[in-house]
Design a protein around this ligand. Sequence first.
Ligand code: SAH
Length: 356
Amino acid sequence: MDNYIDRLRRYRKLRPEEYRALLVCDNPETVRELHEAAREQTLSVFGNRIYIRGLIEFSNICRNDCLYCGIRRSNRRIGRYTLSRDEILECCRKGYAAGFRTFVLQGGELPDQSDMLIEDICSAIHSEFPDCAITLSVGERREESYRRFFEAGATRYLLRHETRNPDHYASLHPASMSLEHRLHCLEVLKDIGYQTGTGIMTGSPYQTYDNIVEDILFIGDFRPEMIGLGPFIPHKDTPFRKYRTGRIDNLPADIIGLTLKLISIFRLMLPEALIPATTALATAGSNGRESGILAGANVVMPNLSPPGVRGSYSLYDNKASTGEESAEGLPDLEASLGRIGYEIAVDRGDHPSWRR
Ligand code: SAH
């Protein structure tokens, strides 16, 4: 197994069955070596600097009905909201003053008519904060819209593929959605020139180790600039409310441990990738954020949304949006990172290959 870690570090690639062996390996010594190799890799590319991204959850309106997600269309138990352009700009001002130089606008899959609003918001942010990067995460949209957002100043886009296996995809989504279309969107985003992020939930319902190997191979081929990974956490108002969590291949599994292993594997495969220690990881695991960083992550995304709407952006139960997961908690986050030997980076933190 040490040999696998060494080969992954050197050649950035393993055979499918070797990835699988790493995923199921429960030897603490091997796991420690995997994280250590990944951490060294991160340090050699990025130093001990962690990028911060201000996450603005600007709308929870969604036309999709993903079975795992709390803001799915069929959930009638949450109040729907969309922040106005001014409210969003106000979040950015607050964020800018706190030191953020990247704003991530995330939302449900709004109707197509909202594309003008999204474009307008990107233009407004870009003109008021020309030194900041704008990241969008608003799902599958028309190619024309992706282009317009890019022209308006958005340069990064997060769209997790969720799973590379079509049957698994179909078990997580309604028949109206297809993996093929999601993958098509990712290709379009990349062609337009976005720094593109993709990723998966670990421990999502019906997931198998073989599925995760397919995800690893896909990410190795697609080479996204950003990779988002977080544990699946049930939401009480979704069809998966009673799903037995903590299982892969229908057997008990350490989902947090698996998320951390994947962070390390992706770091070794794609040394320059921007990999966040996600809110889901921080919500599900004690010290999830710090463990993520020590496993090779180099980004955190504190919540910059107005506190009044945070509760309505409930992708899963008990989602953290205060303390160190919030912009207000930045000094605490800085102190926590300091305790494990890291500091907050104040620049935009583009992917090293990015030229615009
Ligand atoms: N609508 C946009 C972005 C919002 S959802 C989109 O589809 O891309 C952002 C991410 O949250 C999703 O990609 C999914 O991987 C994650 N997510 C949704 N529900 C979740 C849950 N119950 N547990 C953990 N992560 C979840």
